[in-house]
Ligand binder design. Structure first.
Ligand SMILES: C[S@@+](CC[C@H](N)C(=O)[O-])C[C@H]1O[C@@H](n2cnc3c(N)ncnc32)[C@H](O)[C@@H]1O
Length: 265
C-alpha cells in the first residue's frame, strides 16, 4: 500500500491522530541530539513546547528558530518588491508559535507594527506570554477577525489554506480582504503542482480538472487536514484582486516548496 492510500485508510479508520502523535515522538527521538545541542548553544532563545512546534512545523529547534530567520528574510524580500515596509501594519494569519513573526521586528524595524492570529488557543497563549513585540489574537476556525475594515497594509499566511476546506478558502479570503487596506499586499502559500506526486490517481484526476483536493475526516485546520490547490482554482479565488506574482520553486532533495501567491487588493 502506498503512503497516500495508507493515509486515506487511516483517516477512514479515525487512526490518523494516533499515527500523527507517534510521528511526533519519532521526530522528537530522531532529533534529540541536535535539539539538545541547540539548547546548549542558544540558552537565551525561548522555545515553545515541543508539540506546538511539531503541530505547526517540524520537531527541530534549529529549523524552527535559526532556519526560520532566513525564511522570514525571504518573505520580507517577496513583500518588499511590492510595498515599502515603513510604518506598516503587518498580520501573520495562522502564525502558529510565531516561527516567522517573532523575527520580523528585528528584520523590519522601520516603525512597523506586528500582529499574529491563529485558531489554536494553546499556541496563541504561548505567543502572548513569550513574544512581547507582537500583538496576538486567538481567532475561531470560522472567518471572523476582530480587526476593522481596511486595517492592515500587509497580510501573509504560510501554509494555512493548506489545512482548510473549500468553503473556508472563500470565507477566509473574503475576511482577509476585508481587513486588508486598498492597495494592501497579501501573500499566501498553497500546495500546488509540486504536490501532484503526493496525490492518488483519483485525486490527481480531479486536481487536473482544477478541483481543490481535500483530505479531511479530521479536525479542519489541524496539520492532518490537507488541501491541494490547482492554479486555476486559486486564480478564481482571487478573481476580485490583482495577482502580482505566482511563484513555483523547484523541489530540492526532500523539500517540496509550496506555491507562493502575492496579490494586491
Ligand atoms: C502548518 S501550520 C503553519 C504555521 C505558521 N504559519 C508557520 O509557517 O510556521 C498551520 C497553522 O494554521 C493555523 N490555522 C489553521 N486553521 C486556521 C484558521 N481558520 N485561522 C487561523 N489559523 C488557522 C494552525 O493552527 C497552524 O498554526
Amino acid at each position: 500500500m502506498n503512503r497516500t492510500k495508507l493515509s486515506n485508510t487511516l483517516r477512514k479508520l479515525k487512526l490518523i491522530y494516533v499515527v500523527d502523535k507517534i510521528r511526533f515522538h519519532i521526530q522528537k527521538f530522531k532529533n534529540r541530539k541536535i535539539n539538545r545541542k541547540f539548547k546548549e548553544n542558544n540558552p537565551s532563545v525561548v522555545l515553545p513546547p515541543d508539540y506546538l512546534i511539531y503541530e505547526s512545523f517540524q520537531m527541530n529547534y534549529h529549523k524552527y528558530y535559526t532556519e526560520s530567520v532566513n525564511s522570514a528574510k525571504e518573505l520580507v524580500g517577496h513583500i518588499e518588491k511590492h510595498i515599502q515596509l515603513k510604518e506598516k501594519k503587518i498580520l501573520d494569519w495562522g502564525c502558529g508559535p510565531a516561527r516567522i513573526i517573532r523575527h520580523l521586528p528585528t528584520i523590519v524595524n522601520n516603525g512597523c507594527s506586528f500582529f499574529g492570529t491563529d485558531y489554536n488557543t494553546k499556541t496563541i497563549n504561548w505567543c502572548k506570554e513569550n513574544i512581547a513585540e507582537v500583538n496576538f489574537n486567538n481567532n475561531n476556525l470560522t472567518a471572523n477577525l476582530p480587526y476593522p475594515d481596511d486595517h492592515f497594509d500587509v497580510i501573509y499566511g504560510i501554509s494555512v489554506l493548506t489545512h482548510l476546506s473549500e468553503k473556508m478558502h472563500y470565507n477566509w479570503y473574503n475576511e482577509l480582504i476585508r481587513v486588508l487596506k486598498p492597495e494592501g499586499i497579501m501573500l499566501l502559500t498553497t500546495q500546488g503542482d509540486n504536490y501532484k506526486t503526493k496525490l492518488s490517481e483519483s485525486e490527481l484526476e480531479k486536481y487536473n480538472e482544477n478541483n481543490l483536493i481535500i483530505r479531511g475526516k479530521v479536525k479542519e485546520g489541524h496539520r492532518t487536514y490537507s488541501a491541494f490547490q490547482p492554479k486555476l482554482f486559486m486564480e478564481n479565488l482571487f478573481s476580485n484582486s490583482t495577482i502580482l506574482e505566482h511563484i513555483q520553486k523547484e523541489p530540492q532533495n526532500n523539500w517540496i516548496p509550496q506555491d507562493i501567491w502575492i496579490i494586491k487588493k
